[in-house]
Write a protein that binds this ligand. Sequence first.
Ligand code: ZN
Length: 257
Amino acid sequence: MKLAIVSDIHANLAALEAVLEDIEGEKVDKIYCLGDVIGYGPDPRECLELALDFPINLLGNHEEAVLVGAIGFNPKAKAAIDWTRDQLNLESEPIEKNREFWNFLGRLKRSHLEGDFLFVHGSPRDPTREYIFSQDYQDRKKMDDIFACPPGVDWRVCFTGHTHFPGIFSQENPYKFNDPASLSNKFSLRGLANRIIINVGSVGQPRDNDNRASYVILEEADVRFKRIDYDIGRTVDRFKDCPQLPEYLARRLEEGK
Ligand code: ZN
C-alpha cells in the first residue's frame, strides 16, 4: 500500500492544491490527514471541501477549538478561530453545506490505529493537544511517558503533526531526533527494533525555516519526506481579503516559521 500523510493544512488552499497535485503524481492509494485542516489561514471552506474526500481525517486542536472554544490559544490564533467559526456559518452559503462541514468536524476521530501504525495529531499520550518538540528528545521522562502511551496499544510507528516540524523521534537509549535533512529525506521501517514517532510537518504553515509545504509518503516500509513549492503570494493575497485575520499569519508563511 502507498499512503500520503498530510497534516496542518491550516486553511492554506494554494499549499494544499500544490501538495495534492504532487500526491496525484505519486499515485498513492489513500490520503490520511492528521488534523488542523482549518485555523490560521484564509480558506477554511475550500480546504474542508477537499478534506472531505480523504478516507482518514483526525481531530486537530484547531478543529477542537472551533467546536468547543479556543482554550489556551494565543490572541492571534484565537482571532483566527473566531473568524473560521463565522466562515462555517456564513448565511450567504447553503445551509446544507454549512451543516456538512459541522458534521464533518463533529465526527473527527482523535486517533487511528491500523496494524501497528498509530496516527494522531499531537502525541500518543494526548492525541489532540500535546506537542512533541524536536528538542524534547532530551527530556527522558516526557519521552518515556509518551512512548508508553496509550496503554495496551501495540503500536510500532506513530505518525504525528501539530508542531509543524518534520522529523523522527527514536526510542533508543538515549532518545534521538533526526530532521529529514539528516536522513536524506528518507527512512526505512524494515527491522526496526524500537518504536518511532514520525512528524510529517505542515502543509499550510511550515515552521522549520523552509517555507515549502511538507508531507510524507509511506510506501510499504519506506518513508519519504517531501517539500513542495507553492504560490505563497496567492495565499498572502487571500489574507488581504480577510482583515479579521492577523497580518502576522500571512508574513510567517513567507518566512516558514
Ligand atoms: Zn497545526
